[in-house]
Design a protein around this ligand. Structure first.
Ligand SMILES: NC(=O)c1ccc[n+]([C@@H]2O[C@H](COP(=O)([O-])OP(=O)(O)OC[C@H]3O[C@@H](n4cnc5c(N)ncnc54)[C@H](OP(=O)(O)O)[C@@H]3O)[C@@H](O)[C@H]2O)c1
Length: 290
């Protein structure tokens, strides 16, 4: 049994498959797939993420555009920019890069609900969240989809597994609950108010950690043989790292994602996959109109 869950290798395989699927649909439709990213302000980490997404878009055959707004843009202008992209038939996916500047943060749900659900490649529109509640994962968020794909690729049977998620965000923890329940895992969700978190992490067959704190998980906090999915991203002395102390837990755990090189590349692949779904759906609805 392989111990390292190699997200980077799986992402490369998926990207190759996606490239061929995009190409086939392009030959059929003569419509170029296009993803628009909205960036507000100058957040350096967001700029790095956008550059990575742009590179992978080019690899799989998606045209990508980045709409940049100044940090002082007001809510109405941002909504108008989203609506313009909704109306543009040449755009198949829309992504609002977070974090937003402080004055816009309280209105994030309003902005996301303005994105057409058909173009919502981040899977955060209320309609897509509601569908996930019903186990329809077509437009589920990219990181949770990547986590499930990695576990399934390595034949991890989720049925009955006690799975602990440390995160309850809309982007990671909440959607994961439904993807895991659909596959018959037993799910516990932890956060900053969880009392005695270690009691739960030590019971976990599968532990998914997305807190953004280096070395949050060490060997004394896990069960022997546990499967560890390290989602968090931090920087220590300029180097990227996750939430799990990899060297410390390695002997004791059953399987583990490297970080970097685990969930990050899969998140990008599933952004491409969600763009493919959005592109397919828009081609289908164009055909239905003809
Ligand atoms: N690799 C990837 O592709 C990828 C994708 C998405 C996110 N990430 C990374 O994953 C991390 C989380 O991202 P996010 O957007 O979900 O962030 P977030 O909204 O800040 O969520 C962090 C979660 O961790 C919980 N948490 C923080 N400190 C904790 C503690 N001491 N004990 C227990 N729970 C704690 C928070 O609890 P409360 O809810 O109580 O505050 C919250 O639910 C970040 O490091 C981010 O960079 C990576």
């Amino acid at each position: 049994m392989e111990k390292i869950l190699d997200g980077k290798a799986l992402a490369q395989k998926l990207n190759n498959e996606l490239k061929s699927e995009f190409n086939q649909l392009y030959i059929f439709s003569k419509i170029k797939p296009k993803l628009a990213t909205i960036l507000v302000g100058e957040d350096p980490a967001s700029q790095v993420y956008i550059n990575i997404k742009t590179k992978v878009c080019a690899e799989v055959g998606i045209e990508s555009i980045s709409i940049k707004h100044p940090a002082n843009i007001d809510s109405e202008e941002l909504i108008a920019s989203i609506q313009e992209l909704n109306r543009d038939d040449s755009i198949h996916g829309i992504l609002l890069q977070i974090p937003l500047p402080n004055h816009l943060k309280p209105h994030i749900s309003t902005f996301i609900s303005q994105i057409s659900p058909k173009k919502d490649v981040d899977g955060l529109h209320p309609i897509n969240k509601g569908k996930l509640f019903d186990y329809n994962e077509e437009y589920a968020p990219c990181t949770p989809k990547g986590i499930i794909a990695l576990l399934e690729h390595y034949n991890v049977n989720l049925k009955g597994k006690f799975t602990v998620i440390i995160n309850r965000s809309n982007l990671v923890g909440k959607p994961l609950i439904f993807l895991l329940l659909k596959r018959n895992a037993t799910v516990a969700v932890c956060h900053t108010s969880t009392i005695n978190i270690e009691k739960l992490t030590k019971m976990a067959d599968i532990l998914i950690v997305a807190v953004g704190k280096p070395n949050f998980i060490s060997k004394d906090k896990i069960k022997k043989g546990a499967i560890l999915i390290d989602v968090g991203v931090s920087r220590v002395n300029g180097k990227l790292c996750g939430d799990v102390n990899f060297n410390d837990v390695f002997e004791k755990c059953g399987m583990i994602t490297p970080n970097p090189g685990g969930i990050g590349p899969l998140t990008v692949s599933f952004l491409m996959k969600n763009t493919l779904i959005a592109y397919q759906n828009q081609i289908k609805s164009n055909l239905a109109k003809e």
